[in-house]
Design a protein around this ligand. Structure first.
Ligand SMILES: Cc1ncc(C[n+]2csc(CCOP(=O)(O)OP(=O)(O)O)c2C)c(N)n1
Ligand code: SF4
Length: 298
């Protein structure tokens, strides 16, 4: 079958309808092509894509532990190099818990040793597979099972960790963020990362209808709302320099927050203007840092 007509992430998975990470897997494999070996950490994607004896992967695929997909990928890359199999590429796909928290040690090793691996984090902003616990990627004020909003708390109080900056500091030649709601951008970035020698990192915003609390038919819409609010920014950092960021005509964060159950405590029993202002300030800071605002023409 011709390369473009064959889905490399296909039927045989059991993701929730409208799952952002499942869509990311489809787009990543489309962009990466068949000469790719994929290492996936434990998490929703591993669990929903390989219900034994079925698998959705039509590429060589290996499941690693929750914590060490970067180490597994390093070994595969070293072996391919030794065998002279230069046309085959290695890609990691791991969740934010596996990336931001438990896998960071192995990721640091991979980037420091300089393996030719593309590491892709699908960021659904919590540990979904084990019951929606907060991770280092969970946004401010999100309600999770380990940062529950209630009488004494308005949700997660820690800032989202800046993993891209940490990997830029490792000297990575290519670090990018993207979203499933911008499929072409996602695929272009995957292709570019794979074509760039050395350890590259991509973080994909992957809305999770179950964990965030929205209807599965709204995944793309929620992703776009995040971009338009400035709470998520698509950018590319090449050799340590911000090369491109996606410009938007920014709208207040309110609509994005209102559309998800994980933030509903900010709107009832009354609107928590103080907390919403803090989230707006995060978006404003992002906008300034990455220069995303489209300025009105004078
Ligand atoms: C050492 C270890 N601790 C805990 C677990 C249980 N566990 C499996 S998947 C997971 C969460 C995965 O979260 P994330 O990487 O964000 O992926 P998601 O499920 O959100 O897709 C946890 C805690 C484990 N498998 N191994
Ligand atoms: S819980 Fe979230 S990440 Fe997991 S399969 Fe469902 S939508 Fe996808």
């Amino acid at each position: 079958m011709a390369e473009n007509t064959c889905e490399l992430f296909d039927s045989g998975h059991r993701a929730c309808g409208g799952c952002g990470p499942a869509l990311a897997a489809k787009l990543i494999t489309r962009a990466a092509g068949p000469k790719t070996i994929i290492a996936t950490a434990t998490g929703c994607m591993e669990v929903f894509s390989t219900p034994y004896p079925e698998t959705a992967w039509k590429t060589p695929w290996i499941h690693s532990l929750f914590q060490n997909s970067a180490a597994v990928a390093s070994g595969i890359e070293a072996s391919l190099k030794r065998q002279g199999r230069d046309d085959e590429k290695v890609v990691v796909i791991a969740g934010d818990g596996a990336t931001f928290d438990i896998g960071i040690l192995c990721i640091s090793g991979l980037f420091e040793r300089g393996h030719d691996v593309t590491y892709i984090c699908y960021d659904n902003e919590a540990y979904m597979n084990t019951g929606i616990q907060r991770s280092g990627a969970t946004p401010y004020d999100a309600d999770t099972t380990t940062s529950p909003a209630g009488k004494y708390s308005t949700g997660n109080k820690r800032p989202k960790k800046d993993i891209p900056a940490i990997l830029v500091a490792h000297g990575s030649p290519y670090v990018a963020t993207t979203s499933v709601s911008t499929p072409k951008d996602l695929m272009d970035k995957v292709k570019r990362a794979i074509a760039t020698p050395g350890p590259c990192y991509i973080q994909v915003h992957t809305p999770c209808c179950t964990g965030w609390g929205f209807d599965g038919c709204k995944t793309m819409e929620i992703g776009k709302m995040a971009l338009n609010s400035g709470l998520w920014v698509n950018y590319e950092i090449v050799d340590g320099v911000l090369e491109k960021s996606r410009k938007v005509k920014r709208v207040p964060v309110d609509d994005y927050l209102k559309a998800q159950k994980r933030f509903r405590h900010l709107f009832r029993p009354e609107v928590n203007t103080e907390e919403i202002a803090k989230i707006q300030a995060i978006a404003d800071k992002n906008a300034e840092k990455y220069g995303i605002d489209i300025k009105p023409k004078k």
